[in-house]
Design a protein around this ligand. Structure first.
Ligand SMILES: NC(=O)c1ccc[n+]([C@@H]2O[C@H](COP(=O)([O-])OP(=O)(O)OC[C@H]3O[C@@H](n4cnc5c(N)ncnc54)[C@H](O)[C@@H]3O)[C@@H](O)[C@H]2O)c1
Length: 363
């Protein structure tokens, strides 16, 4: 019998529902691996779980250990939950853990599919009879989240302080995310890339983005293109989503648009994402789009589908496309059977949905 291919995965559940959905995702992935045992294509996961997050910060003053990035570097991938808790300012928790990992590991491409599932009612009436499926490609290393700027002049007294938050756009950063989007478009039924900016108002960085987009597009004559302002694109998500295939946008714009996309698909709890370092110099990180949801944390109400969909993206990254497809089929069978958490109109718990997903793997 051949030894299974083993993938080393660092689990970082972090805060709130992050813990519940990572546990669910791990259970589903372990069931898949267990099922492959003894076969020629057997694979296994070697997990190590890290306690970093807001509770850790309150205990130690650190969101991640000093050698945390060095330790994470050794893994094949990172499976992340969500970071943030009301007791710690959000900019400290986000920058201290999630953005620190994304930026240090140059995970410059964030892929966020907007996937409509059977059995889940979309607030879009159009979704009832129109095939809708698009993917947001988010520039994940610079733009509005470059972390450049500062606060000063607090010495002027209350009301006198100033803050500058700069966005950074580099030709290298723009070009690599656009080529990624075009290459992705070539794998899809509809070969189209929609570029999103606000270049009428932001005349430096976003005009550079537009210029690079035109230059890159010339290398992909087989791919249809359009450039749309972000305000118009948010309307288009609602009114003409059937016209979308790959949407490429800057860090902030894509962050907002992908939440809109997941809400249109039915819930923030459904949306999956991959933070990729496409050169594979560092591990990539897979996480649901949603945050730690303090309003429902610890009650068994969290929808695990975003986290499980992110696990499917991780399987694709490992070259296990058949297993990823199997996971997608299990998700569709589960929602079609009406096993739904409260956010999508059901009464099932996180555990019920996880169990149904595992049962559906072999159906
Ligand atoms: N990637 C991340 O780690 C990430 C992303 C966004 C927000 N956050 C952090 O999360 C905290 C809460 O932020 P927020 O309230 O703006 O966003 P959120 O995504 O946590 O919650 C928004 C709404 O969606 C619901 N929701 C989220 N995930 C769900 C799930 N799996 N199942 C069912 N319902 C779900 C919540 O109950 C809430 O009503 C903040 O500290 C924020 O900084 C972290």
């Amino acid at each position: 019998m051949t030894a299974p291919r083993t993938f080393r995965i660092a689990a970082v559940p972090a805060d709130g529902v992050g813990k519940e959905v990572v546990a669910a995702g791990r259970a589903v992935l372990d069931a898949l691996a267990e099922d492959s045992r003894g076969s020629e294509d057997a694979f296994a996961f070697a997990w190590e779980e890290f306690p970093w997050g807001c509770e850790y910060y309150e205990r130690t003053g650190k969101m991640i250990d000093d050698d945390g990035l060095d330790r994470l570097k050794e893994f094949d991938a990172i499976y992340f939950g969500a970071v943030g808790w009301p007791t710690v300012p959000d900019h400290i928790s986000l920058w201290g853990l999630r953005l620190k990992i994304c930026q240090s590991f140059d995970q410059w491409a964030n892929v966020r599919p907007v996937h409509f599932l059977p059995g889940i009612t979309s607030p879009l009436r159009k979704a009832d009879d129109t095939e809708l499926d698009w993917v947001v490609v988010r520039e994940n290393s610079e733009g509005e989240y470059a972390g450049l700027g500062g606060r000063n002049l607090s010495g002027r007294g209350q009301g006198g302080e100033v803050a500058v938050q700069s966005a950074l756009f580099t030709e290298v950063g723009c070009e690599r995310i656009m080529r990624f989007a075009f290459d992705l478009a070539r794998t899809r039924t509809r070969r189209k890339v929609s570029s999103v900016t606000k270049s009428n108002a932001q005349q430096y960085g976003m005009v550079l983005w537009d210029d690079v987009f035109k230059r890159v597009a010339a290398d992909y004559p087989d791919v249809e293109t359009e450039s749309v302002l972000v305000d118009a694109m948010s309307a288009k998500f609602v009114l003409r989503p059937e016209d979308l295939s790959v949407v490429v946008a800057s860090n902030l714009n894509a962050d907002i648009l992908s939440d809109l996309g997941s809400a249109l698909a039915g819930s923030l709890g459904l949306a999956a994402s991959a933070n990729l370092n496409p050169e594979r110099r560092f591990p990539s990180m897979f996480e649901p789009v949603h945050g730690s949801a303090p309003d429902i944390a610890g009650q068994g109400l969290a929808n695990p589908i975003g986290a499980v969909g992110s696990a499917a993206l991780m399987l694709e990254h490992f070259g296990l496309a058949d297993q990823a497809a199997r996971l997608h089929r299990a998700i569709e069978a589960t929602t079609a059977a009406g096993v739904l958490t409260r956010d999508v109109g059901g009464t099932a718990s996180t555990e019920d949905v996880t169990k149904a997903l595992i049962d559906a793997l072999n159906a």
